[in-house]
Design a protein around this ligand. Structure first.
Ligand SMILES: O=P(O)(O)OC[C@H]1O[C@H](OP(=O)(O)OP(=O)(O)O)[C@H](O)[C@@H]1O
Length: 212
């Protein structure tokens, strides 16, 4: 499926981000300051990818997963649940699982109230990054505790290129786009981010520049 947000993401990565080895800095447009137009397109792409699949709720983890999860939930028209990293006094019974924070390099525990997940719920996991998979694993455990089912997995950037995870870009695709950085700005297709003639799909070509 053509991903509308791919060109926007490549553009933001080139202009405001940084890729160094497997560290991708996105805090000026994804997970600290949020480019809402980009988030909107990412949410739309995720929703289009899972169109036709019955989804009861989106599930994510605070903090950075909330943005793409919320955007996708708005297009799908479902609720969004985010696992918390601390238990509020209002959360009486909960499911929990240990995880590990990739960016903070520390063990963490994820908590989801028993009130917000029901047995048989069909859940779509959404996050900003997939890296080592600790977060997804913990959410899968929480879903299993609730008797719910994870029916889809979507992230903005998949560093591992996992086959059953839908992503806007993988780390390898980002490296490919960066390797093509010598292409003049005008030659870069903002639909696909990889240069004109490559992967135009069904989207109007260079729609961001109003040339379609
Ligand atoms: O696949 P994994 O190895 O689990 O890595 C991915 C997770 O790492 C980040 O969370 P983190 O807790 O580091 O930061 P956050 O608090 O900004 O969400 C990111 O938001 C994902 O949830």
């Amino acid at each position: 499926m053509k991903r509308e947000s791919r060109g926007l993401l490549i553009k933001a990565l080139r202009e405001k981000g940084n890729v160094s080895g497997n560290i991708i800095k996105v805090d000026t447009f994804i997970n600290h300051c949020v480019d809402m137009n980009l988030a909107k397109h990412i949410g739309h792409d995720i929703a289009r990818y899972y169109a036709g699949k019955s989804i009861d709720k989106i599930i994510t983890v605070e903090a950075s997963g909330i943005i793409p999860a919320m955007a996708a939930a708005m297009y799908i028209g479902c609720d969004m649940v985010y696992a918390k990293k601390r238990i509020p006094i209002t959360m009486e019974k909960h499911y929990s699982e240990k995880s590990y924070s990739f960016t903070k390099k520390e063990e963490t525990t994820l908590y989801v109230s028993e009130e917000v997940l029901k047995k048989g719920d069909r859940l779509l996991f959404v996050d900003d990054f997939y890296a080592g998979g600790n977060t997804l694993k913990a959410i899968e455990s929480i879903a299993a505790q609730a008797g719910a089912e994870i029916v889809g997995r979507a992230v903005i950037i998949d560093k591992a290129g996992r086959e059953d995870v839908f992503s806007i870009l993988t780390l390898n695709e980002i490296k490919k786009a960066f390797a093509a950085a010598e292409i003049k700005e005008d030659d870069v297709c903002l639909c696909c981010g990889f240069g004109c003639g490559d992967d135009r799909g069904d989207m109007p070509h260079c729609w961001l520049r109003g040339e379609d």
